[in-house]
Design a protein around this ligand. Structure first.
Ligand SMILES: *[C@@H]1O[C@H](CO)[C@@H](O)[C@H](O)[C@H]1NC(C)=O
Ligand SMILES: *[C@@H]1O[C@H](CO)[C@@H](O)[C@H](O)[C@H]1NC(C)=O
Ligand SMILES: *[C@@H]1O[C@H](CO)[C@@H](O)[C@H](O)[C@H]1NC(C)=O
Length: 436
């Protein structure tokens, strides 16, 4: 007559912390060897393999680069009473196993005690005992859940099951080894060339640092996009960035910092330099009174020429004044310009095409027009400025005229809206205006 008991195991864990639920439903998306094997997957160390982590090993999958798990030598030792008395087995995360321990017993219902401990998270072994004619067989079924391995588990983790039977001094111990991490995880190449020097490489995977992502940390994470014309073509980038910068991976102009006048390069306006910006307000040069010029869309102030100011240096020992030139109605002239901390731009004409006129203007005031007329003038000037800007964009030095791509840029610029060159939408009466 067979007697079958189901034994409720006395469970205790060597760790107080229980794993938070591990989601292994999307194993194909796992990009970490340790997490892959904890989810009962197989891992590929080839970064170019699409299926890095997979439940099944297809024939053509990851040739030569599959990560093999670290297993321990399996052992089975019989004892005086128990067969076996000691056992070491390997079991994968997410796998099941079953062991049977045989012993002799005079009783058909011996009292047994099964104790369990683990270096990781809990698992639920199930055991049953069957005795007949003095021969007992204890079967222990173990199933390591995919939550068995802790997030910080190592390549060798264990759980032990100890069997004690009343009146038998001997103990049967079954030791299960569970690889909870990949051996490759222990080899980390810091700032690896494989990751373009932007991340650590381990198990064929880059862990990118900074604002980089992608398999080889080759895709920038961009926080801000330039508003209007994207500079995506590296062959055009220095044209798009006014020749004063390069088009960065994030599609933004990064202005040079080591050029003459680079302190004035406008990052938000294709690295436009101070001369280019100031030349837009050429109507100011036609009315060269000292002081603020109201015919410009930004604060532009005309200073009488003072030779000694040209020696001024900033904190970085750069010349404060930058030499510029322009041609207006066929007349070539030179000036120097600077921008102060308040974003006010100053200029001094150094060589006028009409020195007589320049002197006259400095000497006396010029009677300008009524505010109403000014409105019209401002609008016209703004349009002229936009046109001038487009014209500058097509200026000879940076212009590969034969390049149809370049001509396309010009076309885009003409239709695109550049916030800095927006014509004013309202007119106002300037109280200082009448005093000139
Ligand atoms: C776990 O059980 C094994 C086998 O009985 C024992 O050798 C070991 O000391 C136990 N570990 C802990 C932490 O209780
Ligand atoms: C020219 O600039 C220097 C230095 O700022 C100043 O001392 C001098 O008075 C200026 N000269 C004139 C004529 O304004
Ligand atoms: C005029 O300015 C441009 C751009 O700054 C410069 O390359 C050129 O040499 C200047 N021309 C003269 C005659 O100074």
């Amino acid at each position: 007559m067979a007697v079958v008991w189901l034994v409720v195991l006395t469970l205790f864990s060597s760790q107080e912390i229980f794993a938070s639920y591990r989601d292994c439903s999307n194993i194909g998306n796992i990009r970490n060897c340790d997490e892959c094997i904890r989810c009962a997957g197989h891992w590929c160390n080839d970064p170019n393999e699409n299926r890095r982590c997979t439940k099944e090993r297809f024939d053509d999958w990851c040739p030569g680069q599959q990560e093999t798990l670290t297993y321990q030598q399996e052992v089975t030792e019989p004892g005086q009473h128990f067969k076996p008395k000691f056992m070491l087995r390997n079991i994968r995360s997410g796998a099941d196993d079953s062991v049977t321990i045989d012993f002799k017993s005079t009783s058909n219902n011996p009292k047994i005690d099964v104790v369990f401990n683990t270096t990781q998270n809990n698992l639920s072994p199930d055991s049953s005992i069957k005795c007949e004619n003095g021969e007992c067989h204890t079967t222990i079924d173990v199933l390591t859940d995919t939550d068995f391995c802790d997030a910080k588990g190592h390549t060798s983790e264990f759980f032990n099951i100890k069997l004690k039977v009343d009146n038998i001094a001997e103990e049967a111990v079954m030791k299960f080894h569970v690889p909870c991490a990949c051996a490759c995880s222990e080899k980390v190449e810091i700032q690896s060339p494989t990751c373009n020097g932007r991340g650590n490489f381990t198990c064929g995977t880059c862990t990118c640092s900074g604002d980089w992502t992608g398999t080889f940390c080759d895709i920038p994470i961009c926080h801000k996009k330039r508003g209007d014309v994207p500079c995506t073509d590296s062959t055009r980038s220095d044209v798009e960035c006014s020749g004063n910068g390069v088009c960065s991976a994030c599609d933004e102009c990064v202005c040079f910092t080591d050029r003459i006048g680079s302190q004035y390069f406008d990052k938000d306006n294709y690295c436009a330099d101070i001369c280019t910006i100031t030349n837009d307000c050429d109507d100011c040069f036609k009315n060269p009174m000292p002081g603020r010029c109201d015919l410009c869309h930004f604060p532009l102030i005309h200073k009488p020429f003072n030779q000694s100011l040209l020696q001024e240096k900033d904190d970085f020992n750069r010349n404060v004044w930058v030499a510029c030139n322009d041609t207006l109605d066929g007349c070539f002239f030179e000036y120097v310009a600077m921008r102060d901390a308040n974003d006010d731009t100053y200029y001094m004409v150094t060589k006028s095409c009409n020195p007589v006129e320049e002197k006259q203007v400095v000497g006396g005031g010029v009677n300008l027009t009524l505010p109403l007329v000014l409105c019209a003038v401002v609008a016209v000037v703004a349009l002229a400025a936009a046109g001038g800007y487009a014209a500058w964009r097509a200026r000879p030095p940076a212009l590969p005229l034969a390049d149809p791509l370049y001509q396309n840029i010009g076309a885009e610029d003409c239709t695109g809206e550049n916030p800095l060159y927006k014509p004013p939408t309202s007119c106002f009466k300037n109280p200082t205006y009448g005093k000139w």
